[in-house]
Design a protein around this ligand. Structure first.
Ligand code: ADP
Length: 267
């Protein structure tokens, strides 16, 4: 109820009434549902390899106790499953560390040319193994952004590794880094892009690719050692660096992931 205007002690006219507070319950509920979903997904992802390891231990203590060949085979499988759990826990920890720092943008200038060069060198053996050639087009000199070196390395690693893993049939991956032509009053930007010529991604999957645990093909991702968290990590790092991640793909034509970041003046 809102009453008529009345003068207050200072002579100003005030309207006595009720103050209403609105709280957006729908978005609070949505966040809660997302959190519950995340915990359920993470638990399920860990439970599967854990159940497999427990199963093999029981077999090794029981029926396969005296079977040396089976023991070697089972130990190999168990090691693979343990590695899978470790990758998952490492990715979960990375994600939570990045989220904790989400509102603290990095302040140190970092040379993105050096970061990308380093990651290409690191991933060259893997790409050779998969029969993929990485073709790089990088600036001659340094290109600075305000950034965290480890996080920028992680972005380059996840995008190049995905291109090599999922686009291997195309046998070529293009990595580009350079300045973006400035538009109007926009501060100068740098763009880092990774393009593959593999099977690409159907349009209905594109908006969901950066969700945690979202995979186009779960079996394929597992077989290639994926956790389903790589692109979620990339998205969070790029957001913390005040940048953008753009994903473009045409099925059958490959995929292109582009990260745009504000350029920093100098190191
Ligand atoms: P994963 O650990 O499964 O690789 P990511 O978050 O890195 O998880 O990627 C999510 C999913 O996006 C992958 O499982 C795959 O289905 C799809 N994807 C990522 N990069 C590419 C690519 N370059 N080409 C085709 N599909 C891709």
């Amino acid at each position: 109820h809102i009453g008529p205007l009345r003068p207050d002690a200072s002579g100003a006219e005030v309207r006595p009434g009720v103050v209403l507070f609105f709280r957006d319950l729908t978005s609070a509920r949505r966040l809660e549902a997302m959190r519950a979903d995340f915990v359920a997904n993470a638990s399920h992802e860990l439970r599967t390899p854990l159940a497999s390891v427990l199963g093999f231990i029981e077999t090794l203590q029981g029926p396969a106790r005296n079977d040396a060949a089976a023991r070697e085979r089972f130990l190999d499988i168990m090691r693979g499953q343990a590695h899978r759990m470790k990758r998952l826990v490492d990715d979960l920890l990375s994600l939570s560390r990045i989220e904790m720092r989400a509102h603290v943008p990095p302040t140190r200038p970092e040379d993105l040319t050096a970061v990308v060069k380093h990651m290409i060198e690191t991933l060259t053996p893997l790409s050779r193994e998969r029969g993929v050639a990485i073709q790089a087009s990088l600036p001659d000199g340094p290109l600075f952004v305000l950034g965290d070196r480890d996080e920028l390395l992680r972005v380059a690693e996840n995008l190049i590794e995905n291109a090599v893993k999922y686009g291997e049939t195309g046998q070529r991956v293009d990595v580009n880094l350079g300045r973006v032509a400035a538009e109007g009053t926009q501060p100068p930007q740098v763009a880092f892009s990774v393009r593959d010529y593999g099977p690409g991604i159907a349009p209905e999957h594109l908006p969901r690719l950066t969700e945690r645990f979202y995979r186009v093909d779960v079996a394929q991702s597992r077989e290639k050692g994926g956790t389903g968290l790589g692109l979620a990590i990339v998205k969070h790092i790029v957001q913390r660096h005040r940048g953008h991640l753009d994903i473009a793909s045409e099925p059958g034509q490959g995929a292109c992931f582009t990260v745009t970041l504000p350029e920093a003046s100098r190191g």
